[in-house]
Each structure stands twice: as C-alpha cells, then as structure tokens.
Design a protein around this ligand. Sequence first.
Ligand code: ADP
Ligand code: MG
Length: 312
Amino acid sequence: RTILRDLTEIMMKNPDISPSGTLAPADPTMFQKRYLKKMRDLGEGHFGKVTLYMYDPSNDGTGELVAVKALKQENSDVPDVWKKEIEILKSLYHSNIVRYKGCCTEPGRLEVQLIMEYLPLGSLREFLPKNKIGVPQCLMFAQQICQGMDYLHSQRYVHRDLAARNVLVENKGLVKIGDFGLTKYIPEGEIYYRVRETGDSPVYWYAIECLKEMKFSFASDVWSFGVTLYEIFTHCDSRQSPPTKFFEMMGLTEGSMTLVKIIELLERNRRLPCPRDCPHEVTLDTYNNTRLQKRTLKHIHSIGSQFIMSER
Ligand code: ADP
Ligand code: MG
C-alpha cells in the first residue's frame, strides 16, 4: 500500500509520465514547447508571425504538422487583443474556418502561442498566382468564403480583415478563413462596432462608413468580400492589387491624405476596375445586388456594390 501511495504521488507530481486516461489525463490542447520542432516560416502580417512546426513528442519525426502564430515582438504590449483573438478562434467551428488546435505557453513566461491546423497551400495570395484556376473554381472559393462568413456573422462577429491574404487553402477544392486579429463582437440588438484604435488598417478593403466613421458591420465585411472577390478574379496579380489600382486612381499620397483621397474617390463612385476574366454575370449580379446573392452566394447577407464597373 505504501508503494502504491508513493507511486501515485510520483505520478501526480510528474503528469508527463502518467499513462493517458489515468490520474490527470493530458489536455490535448496544451502543447509543450519542447516538442515543437521548427520547420519553416509561413508568413507574417501586421501583428503576427506564423511558423510551421512539427509537434513530435515521440521525437522520431512522425509528429503532426501545425501552424503556430505568435505576436511579433514589437506588438507584445497588446496581450489583451491577442488573448481575444485566441478565444474567438477557439470558439469557432466551421469547415470554412481555420481550426483551432490549442495553445503553447512556457512556464514562467507570459507569452502565449496559438496552435492551429496547417493549411499546406498557404493563403490565396500565394496560391492564386501559381495556379491558374478557372471561373468555376473561383466561384467555388467565393462560395466557401461566404459560408464561413455567414457562420461568423451568425456568431455575431465582424471579421474586419477579409482579404485574399487571410483566406487559407487546404487543397484545390477547399479554402478556410483565417486571421481573426481584428475581429469584433457585435452585441445583440446593435448593428455596428465603432473602433477606437486606428493605425494599420487595411483601408483598400474598407467600405466608406469604415473609413469615414470607423463603423464596422456585417455589411462592411460584405464590402471587403467584394474586394476579395476582385482579388480572386485577378488571380492576386500584384500589378492589379487593390492598393496598386487605388494608387493609379489617386496618385501617390502619404499618411492621412491617403485616407482623405480614398474617401473622395469612393464618394465619386470610383471603384476597382472589372477584372478581365470576370464573367459578366458576376459583375452584373454583384452590381444589381440581387441575383448573385440568391444563386451562387446565397449565404451572404447582402452583396456590397464593390463591383460597380464603370466601363462595362
Ligand atoms: P497576421 O495577423 O499577422 O496578418 P495571419 O494569421 O494572417 O497573421 O498569418 C500571416 C500569414 O501566414 C498568412 O497570410 C498565411 O500566408 C500564413 N498562414 C497563417 N496561418 C496559416 C495556416 N494555418 N497554415 C498555413 N499558412 C498560414
Ligand atoms: Mg493576416
């Protein structure tokens, strides 16, 4: 009996050596830093840096591949927003939203890393220029983005950063929405979220009311969806990217003048041009705000008039 008690005590003190299922079962969402082996960098945006790791507790190269997101060093003073991002992703379950796997913390350190599933083909920004996909596949991706966004909105979240760089590609038939770093909750009964912090905003993806009044709603996500659709149909060609096209329309500007000029352009009903390969139905229906919504994109609440094509 004493031996058993001693053994139990040893195992309690060393959860690592206790067989799973007995005593303290290991939490599968708690990843241990020492088993994470770095493979390569996957990408970075304004706030985070994402790296591919193999999680390999048995240390024989048979572990699973995971994408690990960490705050960039210079942003380490915004842990609250970072914790929110993790909490939000943790709460989302949808086949078109990147899957949360867990967290990794180091004993004695505040830093938290977000572990998510690894999508091998990267974001649409990497995938589309290399893979000349046809119209049906473009529309299928668009529809999947809509399904993910529809779910996100049903949970009363506005994404606020929907763009090709934040849509991840699992394979040729499946995309998922990622990057919930700017996502906000809209309480029941309210229709928009007004942001206080400005700074690095993806302004070329934003609707007029976001630029003018910093009001973000489900409808402003739909506007960003329109810009994302533009990116898909231009195959994320950098020479036609939204910033490039806006610079062409307004000339080079700096700082706060950029914002003023974009607002001016949009209020004069200037929009991104019609992508060359974009079927007439997509532009027309998006413009008319109706039929596309009922057919291909029936999941989205309304279609932003991003695609107003002046010349077509
Ligand atoms: P940020 O908040 O800094 O913009 P993101 O979450 O958008 O960070 O990730 C930055 C980039 O890393 C993405 O644009 C994409 O290229 C890559 N990436 C992010 N998550 C994954 C993932 N789960 N699998 C593969 N690549 C990813
Ligand atoms: Mg991003």
